[in-house]
Design a protein around this ligand. Structure first.
Ligand code: DGY
Length: 322
């Protein structure tokens, strides 16, 4: 078997592949960053399985370069907008992802961003480290309260629900919008209220994005949306960068249309819109929401298990339907 893993991932994942197929079957492209496209196109020729990161574009060109031997692309992420699933289908290649294991860790982090942005943690730390803190001040760096506020969740999948569960502990009212409404019993269990997008924008004190990137969600938050939000509101995105129009977000932050933002994902990673970098009221993080030791190990393990199952002729546990 020939298996390529495009980046060094935690050993838990690599060991599963080593045990199943032997060390000699696995090539880990030992790169700090994404493997250059031309190199990837060269080395995939004749492989049986590919374990890529969300930084690799998997499309017709790559699938052609790999050839008919390729059976599975096991993405090391729950999101799979880097993969042309229709193209994979045409090539007879199975696509899998890593759902479930990063739900709680990502919700933890969305919460971290929400609190950091609302309570101006980044600004406060920069202020202190710059030696500007000369004494306690009753008007210093005042932020927004989280407890008792209204949280609007955009996209109520696994991570959205994990976010909502945390909100219960803070005595928040939780409203949500999605293309599908949850069953009434499930809504009740989490004290959720289903609303349309307009209501979500108008009534939320906090909005947290948890939708996949699709043609419908691309730039779901742009100038018009930010204009409808409360000037005291905080916007959080841990989903995918292109869900948000970064230039519009920077405009809204600068003009005071919204109070603050906590952003983990960007339109053109690793580039960040220069106007956003100028916003003191934005907490900007380099796509780390799932980055805990345990969760990244589990993600690699799941991706590896998907490959093992597929190459043994079984249906892998996490096949993406596209
Ligand atoms: C994912 O899995 O889709 C995250 O963005 C990276 O963990």
């Amino acid at each position: 078997m020939k298996i390529i893993v495009t980046r060094i991932v935690p050993d838990r994942g690599l060991n599963i592949l080593r045990e199943a197929f032997g060390e000699e079957s696995i090539t880990v492209t030992q790169q700090d960053g994404p493997i250059p496209r031309a190199e990837l196109l060269k080395i995939v020729a004749g492989i049986d399985a590919l374990l890529p990161m969300l930084t690799e574009r998997i499309d017709d060109e790559l699938l052609d370069a790999a050839g008919p031997q390729l059976k599975i692309v096991a993405n090391n992420a729950v999101g799979y907008d880097n993969i042309d699933v229709a193209a994979a289908k045409r090539h007879g290649v199975i696509v899998t992802n890593t759902p479930g294991v990063l739900t709680e860790t990502t919700a933890d982090f969305a919460w971290t961003l929400m609190m950091a942005a609302a309570r101006r943690v980044g600004e406060g730390e920069r202020f202190l480290r710059a030696g500007k803190w000369t004494c306690w001040g009753p008007m210093q760096l005042l932020g927004m309260d989280i407890h008792g506020a209204t949280l609007g969740i955009f996209g109520m999948g696994r991570i959205g629900q994990a976010m909502a569960r945390r909100a219960l502990g803070f005595g928040m009212k939780v409203i949500y919008t999605d293309t599908f409404r949850m069953a009434v019993g499930a809504e009740k269990a989490l004290s959720l209220t289903y609303v349309d997008k307009e209501t979500l924008l108008r009534e939320s004190d906090f909005i947290s994005c948890h939708c996949p990137l699709t043609p419908e969600t691309r730039h779901a938050f742009s100038t018009a949306e930010f204009a409808k939000m409360k000037p005291t509101s905080v916007f959080v995105n841990t989903s995918r960068g292109p869900v948000v129009d970064e230039a519009a977000l920077a405009g809204a932050l600068k003009s005071g249309k919204i109070f603050a933002a906590g952003i983990d994902v960007f339109e053109q990673e690793p580039k960040v819109h220069p106007a956003l970098l100028e916003c003191e009221n934005a907490v900007l993080i380099p796509h780390l929401a799932s980055a805990s030791v345990e969760t990244r190990s589990r993600m690699a393990a799941i991706a590896a298990q998907n490959i093992v199952a597929c190459l043994r002729g079984e249906v892998p546990p996490n096949v993406v339907q596209g």
